[in-house]
Each structure stands twice: as structure tokens, then as C-alpha cells.
Design a protein around this ligand. Structure first.
Ligand code: ARG
Length: 463
């Protein structure tokens, strides 16, 4: 006989209630209440299936399904009283259902367990997040694409080692990120496809003797099929780890773009102006406009990748099947999902609003001997010098310009011919930054003609 102070869901063999500390370490309702909608959707599908299979009556299933909607509206309306005594969302919902509809509520848990229930709820929740991330990534790609289209031929310095390397186009730089976020979106879709199988009906770990129809519940919940192995169904969290891995890689891309915005918006660079909507001021320095959103986006990778590592550590070494350790999966995933989606939205806003400083980009592109490679290529093409020798001659010309305190195009023809006598005035055609970028027409290159092709391709892909 269960004591009145022991748990009403599983108190049958317990004489005493748990210690307060036990309750505190055991309860997950403080966070897994976020699974309420998924939990109720899963239970409604399960009840309909139990009735269709003749395991419970249609009238009990009808009462359960209606009652669950009442519980859902209480939760959504904020009137539901969550109880830590009832541990988690599953028992909170079922207990309230009992209060609302009475005895039929006791038949809902036939042929299932909280182990397959939580695995189902969590998959549904993660699937929703993947869909939201897909939409957010698409929106961010569109914002980058609009920048790329506007500035397909704006010249800016391209960097390696953050040292001026060769001129590139603004559009090309923006499209580099479209490619990265496009791969992130592919990873999101791939993860969704792999995780979209239903654990429901795996029961505690071994399946059930009730004649349930797992294909029916899988279909009702939008899964592609039921998971094929009941032990795997209740034990696996690789779907959550894959979510965190995908989020981590994407957050890494966000962090790199954020870092560039921090650098570009500084007074030293002035490559972009960030909008007031996505900047903050300083309480002491009136001149300041800080790129706080970019800095926070840059930092988000820390907690997202941290969640990935944390859950990997939780899961390593767990014997099959379910262990309570796995309750630690949710907070990590919730936090990572919230912050990834927030960072994506903030980046979309910043990119959409930012204004490139076209003259500053162009003047920076012309500094730092950015067309030295063009000069070396010209020597190869026009004078027949081997590239290694051309590299050497160009190096000498750079040293000369550096000593004079000017850029390559500022050297006179005489000064150039003193270094190599076959240089003629046509060399000046390749020393300008516009000619430099226009010449880089190889597939995937920075020439405006290639950039416009890629813009057109992406516009079609994102239409
Ligand atoms: N709150 C639990 C979790 O998040 C639900 C499953 C509990 N199952 C059990 N056998 N104790 O994992």
C-alpha cells in the first residue's frame, strides 16, 4: 500500500517520501517544462493509437485526448502549477490529467515508459529547433547575399595572416560567408533527416507485450519511421549531440564573422558602420559606439561548444539502456539552442543594417602593396621571366617603394626599369586595384563577373 507521503506515480513500494535533497537533485521540472507541448502531443498520439488497437476504449482515449488539451491550455495560459514533488514534465502532466478527467488518465501510460516518452519529447523539441535554425540561417544568408549583390565590384583588401594580401571584392567576401552558412544549413538538414525516427513504444527498454502500433504514432508525430531497436531508442542521445555539433560549427562561423565586424567597425579600419540598432554607447566616453552584439555573438561559441563537450562527457561510459545521467542532456541543449538562434538573429540584423564605407575599403585595398602578385604575374606574362625570378624582382620593387614611403603604382617607370629593364608603361594597368580584381576570373575567383554569377546562383537557391 502506498503511503500518502510517497510518490503518487510510483509510490507503491515506497513507505517514505524522498529527502528534500533527493527531491532537489532528482527533479527536472524546473527545466523540462519546456517540453510540455511535445509531451502532450506525444501522449495524444499514444492514446489515439491505444484506442485504435483496442488496448483502451475509444471513450477513455477521447477523454484523455480532450483532457490533455485542457492541461496544455493551462500550461500555455500560465495557470498550471508545476510541482517538484512530481519530478518532471511527464508526471506533472499525467497527474493534472487525473485531476481533470479522473480514472481514464490512469490508462494513458499503458505500453510506454517515461524512458521512451522523454526520448520522444526531446527529439520533437530538437527537431523544432533544427527547423528554426534552418529558417534563421536562410534569413542570414539572404542578408549577406543582399550585401554581396550591392557590392559585387567594391574593392577591399583581402587578408592572410590579417596582413594585406591581394585586393578582393566586397561581394566575394560576403559570399564566402554565404557558402559557410549554406553548409551549416545542409548540416542542419542532414541532422534532421537522421534524427527523425520515433522512440515511442520502445517502452522502458525492451518493447511491450501490448499490441501497440509504433508506425501509427511515428506517423502522427511526423517521424519518418519508428526506431528499429528499443534499447537504442531509449539509450541514444546522439541526435542531441549532433544538434550541438552542428550548432557549434555554425557558432564558430558566426564568431569569425563577428570578429571581422569588430575589426572593421573600429576607428582604425572604418570599413563598415554598424547601425545604432545593433550598437551600444559608453557611459563615460561620449565618442564611443561599441559593437557589443558582434562581441557577444563572438562569445556564444563558448557556451555552445561547452554544451557539446558537457553532454559528450555525460553520455560517455553509460551502459545500456536508460540511466538518469541522461536527464542532464536538456539544460545543455536548451541553452545552446537559445543562444545559437539568438546569435543568428542578431547577426542577420547587423549584416542587414551595416553600411560598407566604399571609399575607405578602396583606399585600404590600394595600400600595403596589395597588387604585388599582379606585378609578378605581369612580369611572367609580358617578359617571360620564370615566376620565381619575377617574385624576386617584385620584392625588390616593393622594397624600393617601401624605402620611398609610397605604394607600387607611385614608383616612376624609370625607378622600375632600374630594377628590371624590360618593364614598360603597360605595367601600370595591372597595378590598379580594380584591374587586379577584374583579372581574377578563375572559377571561384574574386572578379566581379564571377561574383555576379555566384550571386545569381544563390538567389535562385534561396528563392
Ligand atoms: N526526467 C527524466 C529524464 O529527463 C525522464 C525519464 C525518467 N525515467 C526514469 N526511469 N527515471 O530523463
Amino acid at each position: 500500500m502506498s503511503s500518502s507521503s510517497s510518490n503518487q506515480m510510483w509510490g507503491g513500494r515506497f513507505a517514505n517520501a524522498p529527502d528534500a535533497i533527493m527531491e532537489a537533485i532528482n527533479a527536472s521540472i524546473g527545466f523540462d517544462k519546456r517540453l510540455a507541448a511535445q509531451d502532450i502531443a506525444g501522449s495524444r498520439a499514444h492514446a489515439a493509437m491505444l484506442a485504435a488497437q483496442g488496448i483502451i476504449t475509444d471513450s477513455d482515449a477521447g477523454a484523455i485526448r480532450e483532457g490533455l488539451l485542457t492541461v496544455l491550455s493551462e500550461i500555455e495560459g500560465g495557470t498550471f502549477e508545476f510541482s517538484t514533488k512530481l519530478e518532471d514534465i511527464h508526471m506533472n502532466v499525467e497527474s493534472r490529467l487525473k485531476e481533470v478527467i479522473g480514472d481514464p488518465a490512469g490508462r494513458l501510460h499503458t505500453g510506454r515508459s517515461r524512458n521512451d516518452q522523454v526520448a520522444t519529447d526531446f527529439r520533437l523539441w530538437v527537431r523544432d529547433q533544427l527547423d528554426m535554425a534552418d529558417a534563421s540561417l536562410t534569413a542570414l544568408m539572404r542578408a549577406l547575399l543582399a550585401q554581396a549583390e550591392a557590392g559585387a565590384d567594391w574593392v577591399m583588401p583581402g587578408f592572410t595572416h590579417l596582413q594585406t594580401a591581394q585586393p578582393v571584392t566586397w561581394g566575394h567576401h560576403m559570399l564566402a560567408y554565404v557558402e559557410m552558412f549554406g553548409r551549416d544549413r545542409d548540416r542542419v538538414r542532414d541532422a534532421r533527416r537522421r534524427m527523425n525516427e520515433s522512440p515511442l513504444g520502445a517502452a522502458a527498454l525492451a518493447g511491450t507485450g501490448f499490441p501497440i502500433d509504433r508506425h501509427m504514432t511515428a506517423e502522427a508525430l511526423g517521424f519518418d519511421r519508428p526506431m528499429a531497436n528499443s534499447l537504442d531508442a531509449v539509450s541514444s542521445r546522439d541526435f542531441a549531440l549532433e544538434f550541438l555539433s552542428v550548432a557549434s560549427i555554425s557558432a564558430m562561423h558566426l564568431s569569425r564573422l563577428a570578429e571581422e565586424l569588430v575589426i572593421w567597425s573600429s576607428a582604425q579600419f572604418r570599413f563598415v558602420a554598424l547601425s545604432d540598432r545593433f550598437s551600444t554607447g559608453s557611459s563615460i566616453m561620449p565618442q564611443k559606439k561599441n559593437p557589443d552584439a558582434a562581441e557577444l555573438i563572438r562569445a556564444k561559441i563558448g557556451r555552445i561548444f561547452g554544451a557539446n563537450v558537457a553532454l559528450m562527457m555525460v553520455m560517455k561510459g553509460l551502459p545500456l539502456a536508460y540511466s538518469k545521467d541522461m536527464q542532464e542532456d536538456k539544460e545543455q541543449v536548451f541553452d545552446a539552442a537559445d543562444n545559437w538562434l539568438l546569435a543568428l538573429a542578431a547577426m542577420e540584423g547587423m549584416v542587414g543594417d551595416m553600411e560598407a564605407n566604399v571609399p575607405a575599403l578602396k583606399s585600404a585595398a590600394a595600400h600595403g602593396f596589395s597588387t604585388a602578385t599582379d606585378l609578378a604575374d605581369w612580369l611572367v606574362r609580358e617578359t617571360g621571366l620564370p615566376f620565381r625570378d619575377a617574385h624576386h624582382v617584385t620584392g625588390a620593387l616593393v622594397a624600393k617603394a617601401e624605402a620611398k614611403g609610397c605604394d607600387l603604382p607611385d614608383l616612376s617607370l624609370e625607378e622600375m626599369r632600374a630594377v628590371h629593364e624590360s618593364i614598360d608603361e603597360t605595367v601600370f594597368d595591372v597595378l590598379g586595384v580594380h584591374n587586379s580584381v577584374a583579372s581574377r576570373t578563375s572559377f571561384g575567383g574574386t572578379a566581379p563577373v564571377r561574383v555576379r554569377e555566384q550571386v545569381a546562383r544563390w538567389k535562385e537557391a534561396l528563392a
